[in-house]
Design a protein around this ligand. Sequence first.
Ligand code: UD1
Length: 316
Amino acid sequence: MKVLVIGGAGYIGSHVVKALLADHADVTVYDDLSSGHKINLFPAAHFVEGNILDYGQLEKTMRQGFEAVVHLAAKKAVGESMINPELYAENNLLGAVHILNAMAQNNVKALVFSSSAAVYGMPEYLPVDEKHPLNPISFYGFTKQETERLMDWYDRLKGIKYTALRYFNAAGYDASGAIKGRDRHPQNLLPIIKEVVDGKRQYLSVFGNDYETRDGTCIRDYVHVSDLADAHVSAIKRLLAGRPSGIFNLGTSQGVSVKEVIDATERIIGKPLPVRFEEHRLGDPAVLVAASDLAESELGWKPRYTLIDDIIRTEL
Ligand code: UD1
């Protein structure tokens, strides 16, 4: 299996590369190292330093006879996408067009794409399944939805089969410690907690404790990054076996509150975590939990990490 992993030095990408190598795939990483890290590159994988906006280099890289492409090279900060949509339009939309065009030009017929629960917007019912209406409330979520639509057209017109994996809250790190590069400016709950535990931040700001949930804090579906990585390997194999394009949620179907994340962290570190309660963050739904039955039936995927304590332990 010869696979090009675009964004393979990033947080999720590096875990995908590790899972592919464990499955004896021939892996090439294409990454501009803008948010990814050199230390996340595995010596067993080939590496091309390049940007998806550089069509010439991307297309040249694509000439190596890949059977499948994994695209994880999007910008992912929801707040930033609302302030700087130009950056997200260019990187996430134009970047996706480049990848699809380079695949079409070189007859590569299988694409696995990192999509996001952000395509759903505010949940109208729970758990959220793939039939839930798509109403992204961030420009980031919009770019994910548009890329899914684009892939659908390239499937019909160019025969490129795709799998969009809609991640819920990706969390944790490879348990063997093989992946060391951390996000430079973390925006998500667990990496921020890690910075507080490491003394790089004085406290954790909790965005609201008066939501209509069991303890007043928001509930999310935290799914371990190594479980996400396994789903990519299954998704590639499924496409190469001739199955049709598909869109699958990836979550554990278990809701965990911010307070429960804090409690679990305190159990692990054996002392209180400094916390300050603040106002709601704009655009935060009270509860977001996935129905992942489709991923189970179509990809044979079942997350191995089901306890938040185990996920957090790999983060810290
Ligand atoms: C969001 C996106 C998700 C995207 C992810 C990546 C939506 C609905 N979800 O997830 O698709 O892939 O970002 O960036 O747009 N929290 C705090 N304090 C903090 C940070 C977070 O209390 O300092 C709380 C948030 O209010 C939320 C929970 O922790 O309830 C998780 O937040 P976060 O890790 O930022 O992920 P989402 O916003 O759920």
